[in-house]
Design a protein. Structure first.
Length: 105
């Protein structure tokens, strides 16, 4: 058993641990709309996936995009370097993949 979860596993694990509610706008999601709920990493490190869920937050795709835009804005204002893992992560790209797959378990 691996200590850290891979990218596919952490979403399932997060959905098991956390209520299916967007942490920003408090929208609730049922199983048919669950693909619109995405896993956000609180520390911005997508490789940091503790199985207890302490680094995860469930956000709807809209709030997730806003959250990252906000972080990008903050970075643009303060730090000169913008080439981080968070900057290249695209939650909507993941969503597109999920939509194609249509929840096969
Ligand atoms: Zn939301
Ligand atoms: Zn995120």
């Amino acid at each position: 058993m691996k200590k850290y979860l891979d990218r596919r596993a952490y979403r399932e694990q997060a959905l098991k641990l956390l209520p299916w509610i967007c942490a920003r706008c408090a929208r609730e999601f049922g199983s048919e709309r669950l693909r619109e709920l995405t896993v956000h990493h609180k520390d911005g490190n997508h490789d940091n996936n503790p199985p207890d869920g302490s680094n995860w937050e469930l956000l709807c795709v809209y709030c997730h995009e806003n959250e990252h835009a906000r972080v990008e804005d903050a970075k643009a204002g303060s730090a000169p370097e913008r080439k981080t893992a968070a900057a290249t992560y695209r939650p909507l790209e993941d969503l597109a993949k999920l939509l194609k797959k249509k929840d096969k378990g």
